[in-house]
Design a protein around this ligand. Structure first.
Ligand code: FE2
Length: 385
């Protein structure tokens, strides 16, 4: 819930060189350097990019706040270097975590079974540029993606290379060892098991790359062969499930370093990571799950029983049909999934009885993040103006 800004309920007092902001039972001590760094007064930041024009060496090491008061919706502070700065009180309240960032994308919501409504998004609402876009359709697509980690766009063109155009509309295409755009179809000398007709267990793509690709796009040009259905499953939900059911196995997967090599002779890359990765505050960062090529990094005396049991547990959970959503891509459909969270797979197909041709590529998370923030900013500006 966003709380209404009200300077009447907020107080500030000087506190040992800094200042303490008080709102009800909440207090936040503002370090003098921290507050000084937030100054947007003339000469402090470049007005276009809002980056700081002063360096840490321009600020006295013994900087203090010498005066601070609230004036309406502003905090006005004077510093010992003589600088006087006015701050929007809400921006300070947002920075200290008292109110939400209105531009922050929605939080992920784990799912352990197919969603009630499959998240199809009609491409006509997204369009090829901001001018073509339906703002609500864009926000709806992004909200679904951030919550659940995937959407499927419908009614994109059925021409080759469409995936590249879509990627560059939604973010910036990133190259990788297969090139910019890769073709998923059966090949005589496959550079990946994806380029055969065998079924694929749930996996994340390319854990061997640095950085691991953030978002995968798969565009369907033809899907006439029997079989070849797509599957998706939520790695975030799987991580929660194993943490609850088997905490020791979960701990092994989160703490055991894993090596992910890819070696085609002429093309070789290696990355290290963990099957489950969390940030220092314990928030889920990503899953790196590809049992075609992972191995724990060997260390003398290492006990791998829990790691192998945990990996096996996850293979079972992730490939349980009740946890997966299974669907068929039709020409013009484009699957858009968070490769750090949602795992994908497919059922086997019979290439002798019809063609199956997908084109894929990757973008990073910045694309949807930026698109969401700008859409919210634009809407807020319009509604307030
Ligand atoms: Fe894949």
């Amino acid at each position: 819930m966003l709380s209404e800004p009200s300077s009447r309920t907020v107080q500030i007092r000087l506190d040992d060189g800094g200042a303490t902001l008080i709102e009800g039972a909440a207090t936040a001590r503002l370090h003098p350097n921290w507050l000084r760094d937030q100054s947007t007064e003339s000469g402090q930041i470049e007005p276009t990019n809002r980056q700081r024009l002063f360096t840490p060496l321009d600020i006295p090491a013994d900087l203090t706040i010498t005066a601070a008061e609230l004036r309406g919706a502003e905090l006005v502070a004077t510093f010992s270097d003589g600088h006087v700065a006015r701050f929007e009180l809400d921006s300070i309240r947002r920075r200290v975590g008292w109110i939400e960032d209105p531009e922050a994308p929605p939080s992920p919501e784990p799912w352990t079974e197919p969603l009630d409504d499959f998240p199809y998004v009609d491409w006509s609402g997204i369009g090829w540029g901001v001018g073509d876009a339906d703002e609500q359709a864009v926000l709806d697509y992004l909200t679904a993606f951030f919550r659940h980690g995937y959407v499927v766009f419908r009614n994109t063109p059925t021409e080759p290379d469409t995936v590249r155009r879509v990627a560059n509309r939604l973010g910036y295409i990133v190259g990788q060892n297969f090139g910019w755009v890769f073709d998923v179809r059966t090949e005589p000398d496959p550079t990946d098991l994806a380029y055969t007709s065998i079924g694929l267990l749930a996996h994340t793509d390319q854990p061997y790359r640095r950085p691991v690709p953030g978002i995968q796009l798969l565009h369907c040009l033809a899907n006439e062969a029997p079989g070849g259905d797509s599957t998706l499953v939520d790695g975030l939900a799987a991580a929660g499930a194993i943490a609850a059911a088997e905490p020791d196995l979960h701990a092994a997967l989160a703490s055991t370093e894993v090596i992910y090599p890819y070696d085609m002779g002429t093309d070789t890359v290696v990355n290290h990571g963990h099957i489950l990765e969390y940030d220092r505050r314990g928030r889920f960062l990503r899953m790196m799950f590809n049992t075609k090529l992972d191995s724990p990094v060997f260390r003398s005396g290492i006990d791998l029983d829990a790691w192998y049991a945990g990996r096996r547990w996850l293979v079972g959970w992730l490939n349980d049909p009740s946890h997966q959503v299974t669907f068929r891509l039709e020409p013009g459909d484009l699957m858009f999934m968070d490769n750090h969270r949602v795992l994908h797979g497919r059922t086997a197909f019979d290439p002798s009885r019809g063609g199956r041709h997908l084109q894929g590529c990757y973008i990073e998370h910045d694309g949807p993040d930026t698109m969401y923030r700008l859409a919210v900013r634009s809407r807020r500006a319009r509604l307030s103006g």
